[in-house]
Structures are given as C-alpha cells and as structure tokens.
Design a protein around this ligand. Structure first.
Ligand code: 9WO
Length: 261
C-alpha cells in the first residue's frame, strides 16, 4: 500500500514511517509513504505556492497550479511503479473539516485498497478550482480546525496501516477489535500491569485469578459499562446491530439498578 502526501512540510510526516508498529511495517515494505512539496512544482524565482484571496479577507490561499503539477507527478510515478491496479488510479483525498467524518469502519475499507494521494492544505485554504478538478473525496477527523492537513493525514494513514496484514503481532491483533468481533464498537476495558499494588491501589482481583473465562467475562462487563457511561450512542449502535448479547443487556440492567439505589 502506498500513500503520497502533498505537503509544504514534509518533515512533519516522516515520524509515522520511522517509529512504532507503522515504522516497523514500513521498514519491512508492507507500506510506503512519499511526500511531494508543491514548492518543487513552482516556476517563479520565489517558488510561490500561495497568493491573496480574490474578494479580500485575511490570510493567503494555496494556488492551484503547483498542487496540480504535484498530482500529475505522483500519478506518473505511481504508474511507473505499478502501484495502482490497471486503469484504477489512486483516489485524491483532501483532509478538511468539510469531509466525511473518519471512523473505524472506513479505516477497514481503506485497508482493502491501494492507498491514496493525500492533499494537506495550509494557510486559509486551497483554490476551489483545484479541489473541483482533482479531489475525489474529503475526509474530516471531527469538528475542529487545525493549522494544516498534515496531522489529520497522518492520523488517517496510521488508522489504516495498523490494520494491514502482518503489521501487528499476534498478541496485539488478538486484542484488536477487527479480529475480535465481540468487542467491535465498544470501548476497551481497562488495562493493568506490575506492580500488583501501586501507591496503595490494587489490581482488580479477577485479573489475578488466572481463571480465563472469568477474566473474559469481567472485561466484557467493564467494556459494556464504560461504553454505556461514556458513549451511550455507541451502546445504541451496538444494540441496533445486534452486537449486544443477553448477558450484556443483563449487565446493563444490573448496573442501572445499582446506580438507582
Ligand atoms: C477546505 C475546506 C472546505 C470547507 C470548509 C473548510 C475547509 N478547509 C479546507 C482546507 O483545505 N483547509 C486546509 C487544511 C487549509 C487550512 C487548514 N486545514 C485544515 C484541515 N484545518 N483543519 C483541517 C482538518 C482536517 C481534518 N479534520 C479536521 C480538521
């Protein structure tokens, strides 16, 4: 899988390919990341990538032409590398608050694809004519504003790459929700490690019992209750999708009754 990032700040993007599970997988060739600087596709001596907005207003706008030339260069390079299925060019994706909000189900869909060309905007925005001409879809991470699209692009790539086969160890993937349908859509239960008592706080007894079935049931109960308390919307979704068992419902009823006492 190959991701091409169009960015004025390529240095910001190197970390993902260098560290952690994504870094390891990158080193093994599971995926690749290339950055393309629009500044390298300018033709004036000042290497201008931005200009003042027509109609006035604060700040600067990214010019269409350097971005378009970067896309053309990427398309040629991906073709030469055989990175795309024949006649199926990689989608061009803009990270912006106007996009579809990213979530785990979309990350899974991306993980089945060939990658993408990710456009990272800066300044006040990008000339709309570039967006109209080249951008296939916009992706948002949520309702907040960043100073540029780079961090959002890296979050997107991270969420996809960790789902690729062989990126996580068995031990990690066993815990992972896509391999553990029972947990899908619920929040994970709390984790503990040594020491058994830390600053007077003990580890929940069940986790020390060595009783696998009881531990599993305890974790599931914790997941269900935590999700109910913090993200009741996810409980509704899980229920609607038939992902809550009779035990899950009983656990919700029981803790509801405790709260009402
Ligand atoms: C396009 C656009 C369209 C409608 C409304 C806002 C929009 N912003 C952009 C855009 O290309 N913005 C660039 C990237 C330039 C300004 C900083 N940018 C940005 C991206 N800020 N915040 C994001 C972002 C991306 C994904 N999820 C949350 C925020």
């Amino acid at each position: 899988m190959r991701f091409d990032l169009i960015t004025l700040f390529p240095d910001m993007c190197a970390a993902l390919a260098a560290q952690g599970v994504c870094g390891r997988a990158h080193q093994r060739g599971v995926w690749s990341l290339q950055t393309w600087n629009p500044r390298d596709y300018t033709r004036d001596v000042h290497r201008t990538v931005d200009d003042r907005p027509f109609g006035g207003g604060p700040g600067m706008v990214m010019m269409a032409e350097p971005l378009a030339l970067a896309i053309e260069a990427i398309r040629a390079d991906r073709l030469a590398a055989g990175a795309d299925a024949a006649g199926l060019p990689a989608p061009v994706v803009l990270l912006s608050p106007a996009g579809q909000v990213h979530r785990q189900a979309l990350a899974r869909r991306w993980a089945a694809g060939r990658g993408a060309i990710l456009v990272c905007g800066r300044y006040e925005g990008i000339d709309q004519r570039f967006i109209d001409t080249y951008v296939d879809q916009q992706v948002s991470l949520g309702d907040f504003v960043l100073s540029g699209g780079e961090l959002a692009a890296l979050v997107l790539v991270d969420s996809v790459v960790r789902l690729l086969p062989g990126v996580l160890h068995d031990a990690e993937s066993a815990e992972q929700d896509s391999f553990n349908p029972a947990l899908t859509g619920l929040l994970d239960s709390p984790h503990y490690t040594r020491p058994e008592i830390w600053r007077g706080q003990a580890v929940p007894e069940t986790l020390l019992s060595g009783h696998h079935a009881r531990i599993q049931a305890w974790r599931r109960r914790q997941s269900v209750r935590l999700t109910r308390d913090r993200r009741p919307d996810l409980i509704e979704q899980a229920r609607a999708a038939g992902r809550l068992s009779r035990q899950d419902e009983a656990c919700l009823d029981a803790s509801q009754a405790e709260n009402e006492e």
